[in-house]
Design a protein around this ligand. Structure first.
Ligand SMILES: [Fe+2]
Length: 341
């Protein structure tokens, strides 16, 4: 995916030459001619870089920059203010508004290119670091609250096998994997005394726990690279009959990857040891999945597909869990470590 640059610039007669030049350098370029359109484009596209010329008629550049950076979706978006002859006080104001840099007007797009490349490299590095932190956070949340080791990694494996059998593309499979690893990250905001409570939760506690898909979505939303998995995180507790949460979606309104995750999630939970019971056998777990499909909680077609995979002759045992030998033999597995298996 090409980096996306938003040019916010009313007066520059060179806007089109900038646009043409940046496109020739393999950037996707958007333009905005008002503060409002800049705001809307940032909401919709989460650009990697905003070049904000300080001559908008209704709002000063630092004000718009501050407004953009205060939006959770664009907290990590790189904004550069451009002014013909910036003074030290204007430069300070720009930095206080959250601008990554404050440039004098470049004499040509070529002159600005080196700066742009440096900023985008830095942005890419920061995004990767932030993604690593979020993944680490998800692992620590699971280690603290999950009653079984490696649950999200195993469910990612099951989900990817099911997704592969449905013909999902490699990009979709990697998004599915990431969604599985991060789906419960919102539990970081649920107090321990609720998540670890041994008895039944009261209605108020249930309400708090049920906020975790929305909280997880908010945690991941600022990172553009996680945008494709936000629907998986938000909707992983919906049910086919519409009785799930947070939005009460039903049937195919529920994103396919979320429905795949649900099947894998229930299967792994049932085939793992719990403090109050031993792990169920694969067949026992599949029977419960079928019951949940008949109740219209899980997607019946995915449950039948998954049952077929689990019962295929190519089955192998990995740490007590059934995995498809054909998956490994096909050479289609990702280069990612098969964590938890
Ligand atoms: Fe969850």
């Amino acid at each position: 995916m090409n980096p996306v640059i938003l040019l916010v610039d009313v007066l520059s007669a060179e806007r089109e030459s900038w646009k043409t030049f940046l496109k020739s350098q393999k950037y996707d370029v958007l333009t905005a001619d008002s503060a409002e359109s800049a705001w809307l484009l940032c909401q919709r596209e989460q650009p990697d870089l905003v070049l904000l010329h300080d001559h908008l008629p209704q709002v000063r550049g630092p004000e718009l920059c501050r407004r953009l950076k205060q939006d959770p979706l664009n907290q990590v978006t790189t904004v550069v203010l451009i002014c013909p002859e910036p003074t030290p006080s204007e430069s300070l104001e720009a930095r206080e508004a959250g601008a990554a840099d404050f440039w004098g007007t470049p004499s040509s797009p070529v002159e600005g290119l080196g700066h742009i490349e440096s900023l985008l490299r830095l942005k890419s590095y920061i995004d990767e670091q932030a993604k690593s932190v979020i993944l680490s956070l998800a692992i620590s949340v699971e280690a603290k609250h999950s009653r079984t080791d490696g649950h999200s990694h195993r469910l990612a494996e099951y989900a990817m096998q099911l997704g592969e059998s449905l013909g999902l593309s490699e990009d979709d499979l990697q998004e599915l994997r990431l969604g599985c690893l991060l789906h419960d990250i919102g539990k970081v905001a649920v107090p321990d005394d609720i998540l670890l409570k041994p008895g039944r939760l009261n209605p108020e506690e249930i309400k708090i726990v049920r906020q975790h898909p929305v909280t997880g979505e908010k945690i991941c939303a600022p990172l553009k690279c996680l945008r494709p998995i936000l629907p998986v995180i938000r909707h992983h507790h919906e049910r086919m009959d519409g009785s799930g949460y947070p939005d009460g979606l039903s049937g195919e309104e529920i994103p396919l990857k979320a429905r795949i995750l649900q099947v894998a999630d229930v299967y792994d939970a049932l085939t793992s040891d719990r403090p109050y019971r031993e792990a169920l056998s694969s067949e026992e777990a599949l029977e419960i999945l079928r019951q949940e499909a008949r109740c219209r909680w899980l997607d019946a077609s995915l449950v039948w597909k998954f049952s077929g995979l689990c019962q295929s002759a190519d089955y192998v045992q990995v740490r007590g869990h059934s995995m498809l030998a054909s998956y490994y033999a096909s050479g289609s597995q990702s280069s990612q470590p098969r964590g938890g298996l």
